[in-house]
Design a protein around this ligand. Structure first.
Ligand code: ADP
Ligand code: ADP
Length: 228
């Protein structure tokens, strides 16, 4: 039940930048792991490689025991949420969430049902017909999360999803994300430079140092309540 494995991973961009230097990490089923570290320490680079975007210069990365690129091509098991909600402006909230489901061609009614359920989960079932421009930043992020959840991923990758939001909105979304993560059988890999966010959300924190790509420490977070 190993979900993600980094084994001695180096990433050196062709500009010569060392983004990762001997990264080792094993993510087990159901974990919520944050990559925590200052800007430029290689967090996004690590996360993107789990999504099959970019290859390691050295070492091995596996997702569900396979090459990440193959997993992305052949299954819906991995979903990605970016800092920018990335919604299509000319599509309604519902149609934005439907888009990835359409690309996978299940039948139309069940797609719609799935999309509406996902939007319910993030508290947006009254906004199915709205357009992105009619939504606040927090609501857009909710749509983006619903779009990722609709595919029922086993692994959710999130790159600073709340960084652009005000503090109140961020806190609400953090709580909602935890609730969803507890209900769904899902592992999360989360990128943040915010210590409090990492401590609040994670079961373990991979602390990366400003020295390129050093995973300095893995911290088990003591939870205020049991999480099984
Ligand atoms: P973080 O997410 O922690 O801010 P990144 O993974 O984005 O860090 O970047 C790590 C380092 O790699 C930085 O020095 C960044 O400038 C560099 N970098 C990121 N992407 C590229 C790229 N496509 N080409 C060259 N250098 C890059
Ligand atoms: P659908 O195919 O479900 O109607 P699409 O997402 O493919 O919806 O887009 C609908 C139309 O909007 C397409 O003809 C597309 O070319 C056009 N379009 C593309 N980019 C934009 C944009 N930035 N703003 C508005 N319309 C766009």
């Amino acid at each position: 039940n190993e979900i993600v494995l980094f084994q001695g991973v180096d990433k050196i961009y062709n500009t010569g930048t060392v983004a990762l230097n001997q990264l080792n990490l094993s993510v087990k089923e159901g974990e919520f792991i944050s990559f925590l570290g200052p800007s430029g320490c290689g967090k996004s680079t690590a996360l993107r490689m789990v999504a099959g975007l970019g290859e390691a210069t050295k070492g091995k990365i596996e997702v569900f025991g396979k090459n990440p690129k193959d997993v992305i091509k052949t299954s819906n098991d991995v979903a990605f949420v970016f800092q920018d909600a990335n919604l299509l402006p000319w599509r309604t909230v519902l149609d934005n969430v439907l888009l990835p489901l359409e690309l996978r061609g299940s039948d139309k009614n069940s797609r719609k049902e799935t999309a509406i359920k996902a939007l319910e989960m993030v508290g947006l079932k009254d906004h199915l017909k709205s357009y992105p421009r009619q939504l606040s930043g927090g609501m857009k992020m909710r749509v983006s999360i619903a779009r990722a959840l609709a595919a029922k991923p086993k692994l959710l990758l999130m790159d600073e999803p709340f960084a652009a939001l005000d503090e109140m909105t961020r806190q609400t979304l953090q709580m909602d994300l935890l609730n969803i993560w507890e209900k769904e059988n899902m592992s999360v890999l989360f990128v943040t430079h915010n210590v409090y966010e990492a401590v609040y959300l994670s079961t373990r924190i991979a602390v990366m140092s400003a020295r390129p790509g050093r995973l300095s420490n893995l911290i088990d977070v003591e939870l205020p309540y049991p999480r099984e």
